[in-house]
Write a protein that binds this ligand. Sequence first.
Ligand code: TA6
Length: 305
Amino acid sequence: MIDIVHSKSGSSVSIHPFGATIISYKSSGGENLFVSRLSKLDGSKAIRGGIPIVFPIFGPPPKDSGSTMPQHGFARNNMWKVKEGSQHDSDSHAGVTLTLDLADASKGRGGNNIWSESDAKTGATSCQLIFEVKVDNEALSTTMIVQNTGSDAFDFNCLLHTYYAVEGKAAQDPKQCYAKGLQGYSIIDKVRGVSGEICGEDPVDLTAGAVDSVYMAPEGKMAVNVEVGVGGGRTVKMEAFGTIDDKPVPASCVVWNPSAEGAAGMGDFGDDQYQEMICVEPGILGDQPALGPGKKASLTQLIFA
Ligand code: TA6
């Protein structure tokens, strides 16, 4: 585990090198992230909680693609390396940088896709992922950078799959747990199988059971800003923004809670723990331009807690 403490503020973050998965972010209000009590931490599968990194696909591979890449891609299924000399603790902040080269990604690439071992050997599709983590007295800042190190452009999605801890098993209490700030976003509701409704002024809450919705930004909106109710009378603020080739691209946001039924169906999720979490996940999920050879993309998430 990589443990980072900002001595000046006492805020801290713990990162598991498997998937560069942040599994703890503590600030003055205590632990902000949820990790299932049944989560694997031995590298046998993606960590169930914290901030898993989703790349190069969000969700399952495209239908009829024939790709066998696991859901949410390979970034969260491989051991990342600490960038030498990057761990630091200064008055302003503490932090570390981790990297994953495609060549070192031995798991989760599947077959029949541009990322699979056979194709990538030609060097056509290749990348280096860089994950910059900083913590200070105000926030946890995480920036994922995708560097195209191959000869071909590639399409991608990336997302930071953040699990917030909700105090007092209050996730299904709309007064205590919600995601506010998505008004005007177009909704892809995967539970109801409905797309295109526009989110209203009311915060998104978890009263209707399972929630699994993607909120796509309205025209011209780049950064996503969400206030997350996390129980105990507390709220956390999240801001996220993305770039491709240093130009801003719209950030989308996913809200997920599996409900009792979904929790019971996951072996690495406590049956009752749907009451203890809400996922609010910023990502670059649109049909944005492909990333050209030598170019980079970035996704930054700031969690003010
Ligand atoms: O982000 C929401 C989601 O895509 C849900 O559909 C659900 O599958 C969740 O991610 C967890 O996915 P995982 O592959 O980690 O079990």
